[in-house]
Design a protein around this ligand. Structure first.
Ligand code: 13P
Length: 253
């Protein structure tokens, strides 16, 4: 079964010490209440996962990690394995974020191996893809997405266990976003590729990420084949993040 829409996930990146994070999570928990029609998740730094498991207890908020290693254990100083994250309370993990691809030189094969490790550990894999600004300007966006999809998604992917996040690198943290037409084109392309490769490709969640905030969420989340958002900076404010989630709820739902 695929995840309930909208799927709105907050990637806190390397932000948050226990005090402010507890308050932020508590505020979000109050807003979310006891149940949700969609999917709302937070991805705090790994250091907070153990505590965050307690913070979200009794709420529908999903808890995820920001990265995992491809191996279940071994001599990899400083890295964290998917089963460790699962044990500490994460039910999802982001892999292939552009900041990992850029600053840690992760290529598609590495991202795919990490996603496979996530699935093996029983974690939902949120697999990120997206073109750089140079690729965007050269009109190579769809080529780039095709390559990344092909290389980064495990063959065992299905709609219940994998979510694809389209994050144009040039839109992350910049306040710039593609037009609705550009987002529709990219998401439609990703949908077609998923359908061509996976039996349930039509049901995969496809998230848009890159400078999503309360002010532009309604427009972005209304675009065809946008099933939700992966939110960075704006997820650090509980009310703003909640407003993004609410903006994705179809009228009458
Ligand atoms: P911003 O929302 O801060 O642009 O970050 C997006 C992102 O990278 C989420 O993973």
């Amino acid at each position: 079964m695929s995840l309930a829409r909208p799927i709105v996930l907050g990637n806190w990146k390397m932000n948050g010490l226990a005090g402010d994070s507890a308050a932020r999570t508590e505020a979000l928990k109050e807003l979310a209440g006891a149940s949700l029609t969609g999917t709302l998740g937070i991805f705090p730094p790994a250091t907070l996962l153990d505590r965050a498991r307690g913070w979200v207890e009794g709420s529908p908020i999903l808890l995820g990690a920001q990265d995992c290693h491809a191996k279940p254990s071994g001599a990899f100083t400083g890295d964290l394995a998917a089963p460790m994250l699962r044990e500490i309370g994460a039910t999802a993990v982001i892999v292939g974020h552009s900041e990992r691809r850029q600053y840690h030189a992760e290529g598609d094969a590495t991202v795919r191996a990490k996603a496979e490790a996530a699935l093996e550990a029983g974690l939902l894999a949120v697999i990120c893809i997206g073109e750089t600004e140079a690729e965007y300007l050269a009109g190579e966006t769809l080529d780039r997405l095709a390559t990344q999809l092909e290389g980064s998604l495990p063959d065992a992917s299905d709609a219940a266990r994998v979510v694809v996040a389209y994050e144009p690198v040039w839109a992350i943290g910049t306040g710039r976003t593609p037009t609705s037409e550009e987002i529709a084109r990219a998401h439609g392309f990703i949908r077609d590729k998923l359908k061509a490769r996976f039996a349930d490709g039509g049901a995969f969640g496809i998230l848009y990420g890159g400078s999503v905030k309360a002010e532009n969420a309604e427009e972005i989340l209304a675009v065809d084949d946008v099933d939700g958002a992966l939110v960075g900076g704006a997820s650090l404010d509980a009310e703003g993040f909640w407003a993004i989630y609410k903006a994705g709820i179809a009228p009458g739902a």
